[in-house]
Design a binder for this molecule. Structure first.
Ligand code: NAP
Length: 251
């Protein structure tokens, strides 16, 4: 009996990471490159930031390709992912990380605040994973990791839209895990708390950190380490799991 399938040791492994130009996604892309993956980087528009991440990945001796598109734009995502699979084959790891916030009390939310947040996090999951899942199942190996949030577990006031998107993402990933398990494909969730990125830079952190037992923001490398584990051969028996990286904020 072996502890990992032969496909786990394939020399041609690559990871597809959405929202990889900045913040948590950039850290995931570089961490997975350090783990030995070549990387296809998705992002929306920030080519300058993406270039900096790609330089780091190349310095690690891995190959990197850009695949910028809006994950909420279904036809564009479908076309881009078809092209990616034609050029590079099926990815080993798919990391659904792109997400946005449009915070506000529920009664004050605009239609656009609701639609954009849902369409990016939850729609992005559908638009990205659905076109890739048949390839993963056929390959009989692979990893799907989705980036939810503590908000999707506990529900956060001022974030009804974001909590709904991330809660939906958690449920969708758990269902996918059960669907894909027989073919050796795992699907897991990482649920960060307050992490030091552009997304949190304008929040009243001093006050918010009082609720965090570890008393500080998390770092992007701490979140990337969780994704790295879930994409590793060591995590071959972990599926349908939600791994919180939140300093004890919610358990
Ligand atoms: P960030 O610093 O704002 O970076 C967002 C990344 O996503 C950028 O690469 C951005 O691309 C990309 N992106 C945004 N909308 C996109 C779209 N429609 N299509 C494709 N790419 C898109 O965010 P972050 O803090 O790293 O957050 C990453 C993920 O972690 C999100 O899903 C977020 O909800 C989740 N999360 C974050 C925290 C936190 O405290 N930071 C906590 C819990 C969960 P451009 O550079 O081109 O704009």
């Amino acid at each position: 009996m072996t502890s990992s399938t032969p496909a786990d040791q394939s020399p041609t492994r690559y990871a597809f990471v959405t929202g990889a130009s900045r913040g948590i996604g950039a850290a995931i892309a570089t961490r997975l490159a350090r783990d030995g993956f070549d990387i296809v980087m998705n992002f929306r528009s920030n080519q300058v930031a993406a270039d900096a991440v790609a330089t780091e990945i190349r310095a690690l001796g891995r190959q990197v390709w850009f695949l910028p598109f809006d994950v909420a734009d279904r036809p564009t995502a479908l076309k881009a992912l078809e092209d990616m699979q034609t050029k590079h084959g099926t990815p080993y790891a798919v990391v659904v990380n792109a997400g946005i916030t449009r915070d506000g009390l529920f009664g004050m939310l605009g239609d656009d605040d609701w639609d954009q947040v849902i369409n990016t996090s939850l729609g992005g999951f559908y638009n990205v994973v659905r076109p890739l899942v048949r390839g993963l199942l056929k390959a009989r190996r692979g990893r799907v990791v989705t980036m939810a949030s503590v908000s999707g577990l506990m529900g956060n006031p001022g974030q009804v839209n974001y909590s709904a998107a991330k809660g939906g993402l958690i449920a969708a990933t758990k269902a996918l895990a059960r669907e894909c398990a027989k073919r050796g494909v795992t699907a897991n969730v990482v649920a960060p708390g307050l992490i030091d990125t552009d997304m949190t830079k304008d929040l009243p952190l001093e006050q918010m950190l009082q609720a965090v037992p570890l008393g500080r923001l998390g770092t992007v490398t701490e979140v990337a380490a969780a994704v790295s584990y879930l994409c590793s051969a060591d995590a071959g028996y972990v599926t349908g799991h939600v791994l919180s990286v939140n300093g004890g904020l919610y358990t």
